[in-house]
Design a binder for this molecule. Sequence first.
Ligand code: UDP
Length: 314
Amino acid sequence: MSKSFKNLVTGGLGFLGTNLINKLLNNGETVLCIDNCSTGKIGNIKESWDNKSFHFIKHDVLDPIDFNVERIWHLACPASPVHYQLDPVNTARTIFIGTENMLRLAQKCHARILLASSSEVYGNPTIHPQNEDYKGNVKIIGKRSCYVEGKRFAESLCYDYQRMYNLEIKIARIFNTYGPEMSIKDGRVVSNFVTQALKNEPITIYGDGMQTRSFCFVEDLIEALIRTMECEYSCPLNLGNPFEISILDLAKMIKLKTSSDSKIIFNPLPEDDPLKRCPNIKKAQKLLKWKPNISLEKGLELTINHFKKKLNLN
Ligand code: UDP
């Protein structure tokens, strides 16, 4: 008979996965973490390594697995544009095949499954802020499409499994998230700017910096994920912080908070980079009785302090 665990976290060595696992372990639950160690690193989870409730298997979601689990948190997939565009075919396969493998496992052991979907399903949005009913403005054949269309298809597959096999599915559309444990080499904007500012290197804005994003502190996001898994609704939910800021203002804020001498420089905007992004979180607020609590100012301070340690700048 296969082994039993309360939680399976795929992509558990990534930024969200490690934070989620720490929270589940703190709640006294057993966790099986699987990860192919492509972007996630074992060092990310060293605090949990000696916890008897924590189990790790190096495994790629492209291959099926067989365990008895009650809840599947399906997070596996590189999420930084720099990383997911390195091998777009593998990104698309990881999302399509990986999601189907996890849905099959959920079907077999009657597990509840949460798909980590993304604000990317809205593409370059033409309505603002984005609510869950918005169908998106997505380029089918662009460089981001492997991830964007991948997540859209993964959502659609989840609902097909729900309709055909009565699966309990949860869809979290996760907006930009940041926090202390982000990798210095993550390639996304907060990690890049904080590292550059602390090292007094040029802060690299792509485009004119007028594009906007809305950043959620990781602790708030993890709380929302847990509530999504535990709630009885299966509609897609936007999870993020609706405080919207331009990338130029983010650069200035980080420069100020780090007392940095960095210059702000402007590089070309990557292809299909969305010009605006901000979640409408009314649904999550109502259904999960949740809202983000940590302001960007506070969250950046926590992140900067942690990055100083990582970069040995204390
Ligand atoms: N960006 C930037 N400089 C960087 C990294 C990112 O100006 O060093 C911009 C990027 O072009 C995008 C925004 O910051 O407009 C957020 O990018 P990120 O890669 O963090 O996530 P995305 O929201 O695009 O998935």
